[in-house]
Design a protein around this ligand. Structure first.
Ligand code: CTP
Ligand code: ZN
Length: 156
């Protein structure tokens, strides 16, 4: 570890989301609904040196475990992120996030006229995950496109 490196203490219990692409940490924070008014400690590191990614973001959350729904949403903005479950200061579980093929009921279609946005006859939104250098979502009903940058605005 170089002298210049920003050091953040290890956590006792909670979750470390590592290898977030640089610039996406705040999207992850939005997905998790963190406002800063919670009673747990959060460390957000941005533009940290990384051997694998050049630069990366990283988030440490004390005393919080992520739900599968949250992990799925994070995989859309940070497809290469690693989820570390910390217990008693040790990494007890480590998951590499993998974007799903489709995402159902978690994100709404951006097209207001889409059948999934009709109030009277609710149809669960279903978007296809198109994997490229950045993830794009495509509504399976109307074909509307949601870019990776827009995703957090359409979370249900
Ligand atoms: N970490 C933490 N508190 C702990 C244990 C680990 O904050 N009690 C953090 C580490 O600082 C690191 C991440 O969790 O950012 C993953 O820890 P570890 O698996 O020990 O690090 P690496 O081997 O570098 O992870 P990887 O192989 O996934 O890059
Ligand atoms: Zn649609």
């Amino acid at each position: 570890m170089s002298e210049k490196e920003l050091r953040v203490t290890k956590i006792e219990n909670g979750t470390v989301i590592d290898h977030i692409p640089a610039g996406r940490a705040l999207d992850v924070i939005r997905i998790l609904g963190i406002t800063g008014k919670e009673n747990y400690t959060v460390a957000i590191l941005m533009n940290v040196e990384s051997k694998k990614l050049g630069k990366k973001d990283l988030i440490k959350i004390e005393n919080r475990v992520l739900e599968p729904r949250e992990a799925q949403l994070i995989s859309l903005v940070a497809p290469d992120a690693t989820l570390n479950v910390i217990s008693n200061f040790e990494v007890k579980e480590k998951y590499k996030l993998e974007p799903p093929e489709t995402i159902e009921g978690l994100i709404r279609c951006p097209n207001e006229l889409c059948i999934t946005n009709k109030q009277d006859e609710p149809i669960l939104p279903k978007l296809k995950v198109v994997k490229g250098s950045k993830i794009v979502l495509e509504c399976i009903y109307c074909g509307a496109i949601l870019t990776s940058e827009e995703i957090t605005r359409f979370i249900l």
